[in-house]
Design a protein around this ligand. Structure first.
Ligand SMILES: NC(=O)c1ccc[n+]([C@@H]2O[C@H](COP(=O)([O-])OP(=O)(O)OC[C@H]3O[C@@H](n4cnc5c(N)ncnc54)[C@H](OP(=O)(O)O)[C@@H]3O)[C@@H](O)[C@H]2O)c1
Length: 355
């Protein structure tokens, strides 16, 4: 394991967007990472961060003072300048997927560690897709990735879609009972589309029954993360009138149906591979189990463990599937920027960022 002596230099690609803003907010006082570069589209390049993003800043805290006057650069056009300044980039750009694939690989090939929120590389064979508490061991794929691509210090890791981060950890915590089939309906906040109620007034007092591409991601991405024995998943993804927080209503069929006490024990005693690592963003307790009938609630519980924890509750028997329950996670923290920062911390601790 590496010793963590000096701060790594971080760039945020897509810094002006919803996820980019979350990165800025989460990294304001990070003990290991220092934001040295903010980049976005050519339309934002050359402007100060305040000028480009101030009007759409959606975080609770104001733009950190140290980032306010930083001049935005263009992700593609200023590549040669950016790559000289950074050890690590978080990617939160939203543009054509093939273009994103190319841009992320270009940064990694030039020596940066790239951790992406985008779906572009999720199915690239030598790119690990990671929820650290579930499949931290997949990071060893980086050795093969570097060998395949002759990369020395660069690497590329992705995190999965935000929609599955609320329910998958809970089902995974019950894996000893062999979950075979999962029927899930997600109730997803509007920040998942990079929006606020100001920028998307049609969503006030509304639910919409279609989120493009989301059901496929929710059903398939768990297979890469979980691997063999991943249950079959059937998903319906609904956009709801919440600002932040993705809730999921889940039914699970098990090969060995557990008792409620066994479920409670398995969740409370979830064996978390991060426990001994002291990562700054890791929640002390990954999954919180509520016994109250009216929890978790999106507004009350999305910020559990700084938005990095998962909450669940309402476990009750289901006539067809065995058990049903409700789970919740913060989509732009655990489901996006926070999840990516946690991966970066894990990479650093494991010595992959010794650049
Ligand atoms: N929101 C979530 O909860 C969430 C969760 C997980 C994953 N994600 C993924 O994270 C990514 C960002 O999502 P978001 O919600 O933050 O989107 P967003 O608010 O629409 O922000 C998009 C960002 O991409 C930049 N961009 C657009 N075109 C560009 C170009 N040609 N070159 C360089 N930069 C460009 C934008 O810069 P300008 O401001 O200059 O246009 C902006 O910074 C997406 O891939 C999304 O699928 C989002």
């Amino acid at each position: 394991m590496s010793s963590i002596n000096k701060k790594l230099r971080v760039g945020i690609l897509g810094a002006t967007g919803m996820v980019g803003q979350r990165f800025i907010s989460l990294l304001e006082n990070h003990p290991w990472f220092e934001v040295v570069c903010l980049a976005a589209s050519p339309q934002s390049a050359g402007k100060s961060y305040q000028e480009a993003a101030g009007g759409r800043w959606s975080m609770k805290n104001p733009i950190p003072e140290k980032n306010r006057d930083m001049k935005l650069q263009a992700v593609e056009e200023d590549f040669n300048e950016i790559i000289k300044k950074v050890d690590l980039v978080f990617s939160a750009i939203d543009m054509d997927k093939e273009k994103i694939k190319e841009i992320e690989a270009r940064y990694a090939a030039a020596g940066a560690a790239v951790i992406s929120n985008n779906s572009a590389h999720r199915w690239t064979e030598d790119v690990p897709m990671v929820i650290p508490e579930i499949n931290a061991h997949h990071l060893s794929l980086i050795d093969i990735q570097r060998k395949n691509r002759s990369w020395k210090s660069g690497l590329l890791v992705v995190k999965p879609n935000c929609s599955l981060q609320s329910y998958l950890p809970v089902v995974y915590a019950l894996k000893e009972f062999k979950p075979k089939y999962v029927l899930v309906t997600t109730l997803q906040a509007i920040s998942g589309a990079g929006k606020t109620f100001e920028s998307w007034p049609e969503m006030v007092d509304n639910c919409t029954p279609f989120i493009k591409g989301e059901e496929e991601k929710t059903e398939k991405e768990p297979m890469k993360i979980w691997g063999e024995d991943c249950p079959v998943i059937s998903a319906t993804c609904i956009r709801v009138a919440a600002s932040d927080g993705h809730m999921a209503s889940v039914s699970v069929e098990f090969e060995n149906k557990p008792t409620l006490e066994q479920i409670r024990n398995a969740i409370d005693n979830f064996s978390n591979p991060l426990n001994e690592l002291n990562l700054p963003s890791a929640p002390e307790k990954f999954i919180k189990y509520f016994t109250e009938d009216d929890r978790p609630q999106t507004k009350l519980d999305r910020d559990y463990a700084g938005g990095m924890g998962i909450t669940c509750g309402r476990f009750r028997e289901d006539g067809k599937y065995g058990w049903k329950f409700v789970a919740l996670s913060h989509n732009t923290i655990r489901g996006a920027a926070g999840g990516a920062v946690l991966i970066a911390e894990l990479l650093h601790k494991k010595g992959y960022l010794n650049i």
